[in-house]
Design a protein around this ligand. Sequence first.
Ligand code: SF4
Length: 324
Amino acid sequence: MENKKVILELKDVKTYFRVPRGVLKAVNGVNLTMYEGETIGLVGESGCGKSTLGKTIMRLYRPDSGEVLYNGQDIWKYNKREKKEYSKNVQMIFQDPYACLDPLCVVSDIVAEGMKIHKMYKGEELEKRVLELLAMVGLNKTHASRFPHEFSGGQRQRIGIARALSLEPKLIVCDEPISALDVSIQAQVVNLLKNLQKEMGLSYLFITHDLSMVRQISDRIAVMYLGSLVEIADSEDIYVKNYHPYTKALLSAIPIADPAVERERQRILLQGDVPSPVNLPAGCNFCNRCPYATEQCRSVKPELREIEPGHMVACHRAEEMKGK
Ligand code: SF4
């Protein structure tokens, strides 16, 4: 990836929320570099800050500190024209394909709206472009005049994808785009996203808690726990060689299709509760659930460090975790 162009860089990004009990540290010092044409799968349990990070990239939440650089420029230092350009170049596909579509608009209006706002096409050209976009996502002319409630979940997600593509983006934040869909439809949507990426050179940040599906689409996987990234590696690499005890526990929970293998395998059952993001531990965020925690873990926060080329881990004992 080193010779590829960096499209997005997150530098120590912190997004906090003030709540009655104190400060909720939803994203707590994330560093991540994304390359053009790359897909990063961002995985972790519900509530770990994945979606907040996605929305911070989308400029929906302003980070308390740190920088979000798009093509080397801080997105919070944009002027009006640059903001508009960014809102075109970076799009989002949402988890709930029904809630994100206006129920009072027909599909052609939903897909055309962004192109009208950005004055990309008008008249017949706009109508033609809408039909092209629908064809790209496997829908046709007859779908253009229908309302969102007339479609299945998978078709609605295709409409959401067509709407995101309409602005010819460079980067798409896919926020759990398949978790509301049936398993058979999930594979169709993932294949569609992969094909579109090949055709259009898109970059994806693919947010999910489904570790088995994300493997099929991601070049790299970033594992998030309580607002911080704990492991980042090539997607093929991380499934066979992982170092962080939390990554190991997540991977051990993936079901295996072969019942004989499934019966024999050992699951890692984590003890203890996830600490509150309002009251994070002084040391490693994972120390109250980690079977390998030491005194150092309880008092010193582990930094994300490269322990093999391209493989980053935030764990004091990462080197000892090989083969565990
Ligand atoms: Fe476990 Fe310590 Fe590593 Fe945290 S730093 S994951 S507590 S071994």
